[in-house]
Design a protein around this ligand. Sequence first.
Ligand SMILES: Cc1ncc(COP(=O)(O)O)c(C=O)c1O
Length: 394
Amino acid sequence: MTRTLGDRLDEATTGLPAPLAVVDLDALDANAADLVRRAGGTPIRVASKSVRVRHVLERVLALPGFAGVMAYSVREALWLVAQGVDDVLLGYPSVDTGALDALAADPVAARAVTLMVDDVTQVELAARAADAHGSMLRVCLDVDASLKLRLGPVVAHLGVRRSPVHTASDAGALAAAIARRSGVDVVGVMFYEAQVAGLPDSSPAVRAIKRLSIRDLAVRRAAVVDAVQSAVGHELTLVNSGGSGSVESSAADPVVTEVTAGSGLFVPTLFDAYRSFTPRPAAFFGLDVVRIPGQGYATAFGGGYIASGPPTASRQPKPVWPAGLSLTGREGAGEVQTPLRLSGDADLRVGDRVWFRHAKSGEVMERFAQVHLVRGTTIESTVPTYRGEQRTFG
Ligand SMILES: Cc1ncc(COP(=O)(O)O)c(C=O)c1O
């Protein structure tokens, strides 16, 4: 008889105290292979914010098809380089002058790390740090990949609010300003098309926006690359695009040299409704039932791990095993205890273990010091999370 996921995780973690986090290695390996297949030969940079477990980052980087980390903080990048990672692209700008100074002072880190910029003020901070140490810092331009739809007099902005650099001429102007400054070198451009990569394609409207965005970017990426190359007078070595939800469309553009993916490894609940790939949930957390408040209910210890973003029901964790459990509307996932409503055949006793999935990928790891890596019904290893290594970056 095939064992259910819940049975396997229960058996693997018998005797271990909860709350506890697990990663199912068979699902993780299959998700990594699927990302590589979808990228069709374009290297994948792994987004560390969507993992936040150094061991898992290193495991994925060892696979053919993955190259480099997209980090979210300069201090994190410095730490990863000190641990042996040799290619780190910051996904976001930084004004942390202490960290920039440490980066400029360390020749190995300065070679391995590329900063993200979209404003001359960020550039100036990096350049001052570089000047102070006589070094050169690598920078990448963050280009707004949102879709701007002109509807009569109104321009609709479809996507996230990030970089002010949208057009080829915006990018060329910023690149020219950077080229005039010592201490900084433009090595690439990044486009993160959140409205393609970060939205499930469940509705026809979203699918239409995705199609329009892909068409817009196919033209705009190439124009931006041309404008930046002529402003700096040399070829760019890095054109990054996308996220887990857009791997194939981002990789299909011939100017793109690499795609980014992170959430596609753990596959949290916000990634369940994508048509572009088959979600295989790989990360779970287990809570133990500590009391039965009445018939049809059970209360587990822990659980209030709400994901970032707009505060909607979709940001709550989801009980997935045993089947037939749901959060209550009044209490949701609680601060230190979570009441669950039971339906169908669901039956829970004090001491039973319940398995949940988080809405987002790496955030849940901030709640745990360690994560158990499970293969089948056994724990292959237990490794620290970023938090377990006393590393909290953002
Ligand atoms: C700059 C950037 N690139 C890529 C991604 C995609 O990450 P993931 O694959 O985890 O969705 C994100 C996610 O927010 C991002 O901010």
